[in-house]
Design a protein. Structure first.
Length: 346
């Protein structure tokens, strides 16, 4: 908690307490790593057989590379190294300060598709399995589906705007006709009110732009989790846009491959080959790019089926670091922030 949060309960000055904590109570002033804390911090005792690597931001968008131990479960003992920046040379040289005997106990490192993270792992842990995070691949597939939906949404919104404009034009023409009428009914010249624009509605009650907008969530989840209204919306959507149905099917098929608990690297390789063939018949650049990305690092992708490891622990730790930063209302003193962060998570 922050020192300022104690002001009300203990009738103290929060700034004075924070200064006392920083300069006397915490031990920060005598921290042995203080001189290089803003460049690198390594904790050899936190190295283990299952590691993750990711990047996070601290102050003003400044990036730090964090190597974490999965067995720490996001608590004390999780952070094994924090290095400023993402340059391969800087991060590798900091991690390599840890003796080989300790680093060689690392058997697997999970990571995302970043080329710099791959080079860092290859430099510091050349003997370890590199496992690419399955959720990054699924996220790319979902984003390809959403990009297709957004493209159709832009077209639908343009078509509706043009239809509305044409309606307004016809209404002005109709009303201008009554201005020329010289026949009065009961002494009152007829001048009807303008009619409101009524868009075309689909069987589920949505307009086409509404259908595409409200389908965002259902295209990101499995069909067995849809509600009745979502099932009806999906039926109408897939009837109107077969391409979206095809894209959703490809995205779901990729999820099924990774969800198969009985799959081995060999059987998963065959399943991916079949998936590549399906994508090849579907003319969509986003999915073709995804296939090329997976194929270029297929061996690291298939390592998932050896240990079933993901980079979720690194993402969770990243979220905790951002929450800690937000609780402190940002980072003023970077070294002190890293000192407090490592006291909690290292």
């Amino acid at each position: 908690m922050t020192a300022r949060s104690l002001e009300f309960y203990y009738k103290i000055n929060g700034d004075t307490l924070e200064r006392a904590y920083k300069e006397h109570l915490s031990g920060y002033m005598h921290w042995e790593d203080k001189s290089h804390a803003d460049k690198y911090l390594v904790f050899p005792e936190n190295f283990g057989p299952r590691m993750s690597i990711d990047e996070t931001s601290t102050k003003d968008g400044e990036l730090f590379t964090i190597l974490s131990n999965k067995d720490g479960h996001g608590r004390k003992g999780s952070i094994a190294a924090i290095v400023r920046g993402t340059r391969v040379e800087d991060v590798s040289s900091a991690i390599n300060l840890v003796p080989d005997l300790i680093r060689k106990q690392v058997g697997e490192v999970t990571l995302d598709f970043s080329g710099s993270m791959e080079a860092i792992v290859q430099s510091s842990f050349p003997w370890a399995y590199k496992t690419l995070d399955r959720f990054h691949m699924q996220r790319m597939a979902l984003e390809a589906v959403q990009n297709l939906r957004r493209g159709y949404l832009r077209e639908a919104m343009s078509a509706e705007a043009a239809a509305r404009k044409e309606w307004q034009k016809s209404e002005r023409k109709r009303l201008s006709h009554y201005k020329k009428v010289k026949i009065y009914l009961n002494g009152i010249k007829p001048f009807p009110k303008p009619k409101p624009y009524v868009p075309n509605r689909l069987p589920n009650g949505d307009t086409t732009p509404e259908l595409l907008t409200r389908s965002m969530y259902l295209l990101m989840t499995s069909a067995d989790k849809w509600s009745e209204s979502q099932k009806e919306r999906a039926r109408v959507l897939f009837e109107q846009y077969p391409d979206i149905k095809k894209a959703y099917g490809l995205s779901h098929s990729l999820r099924v491959i990774f969800n198969n608990k009985n799959a081995t690297p060999e059987s998963a390789r065959e399943s991916l080959r079949e998936w590549y063939a399906k994508v090849k018949t579907f003319k969509n650049d986003d999915f073709h790019t995804l296939v090329e990305t997976i194929q270029s690092r297929e061996e690291d992708v298939l390592n998932f089926f050896l240990f079933r490891s993901t980079n979720a622990s690194a993402e969770a730790l990243n979220t905790k670091i951002k929450a800690f930063r937000a609780q402190l209302r940002g980072v003023i003193d970077l070294k002190f922030f890293l000192f407090r962060l490592t006291r909690i998570y290292a």
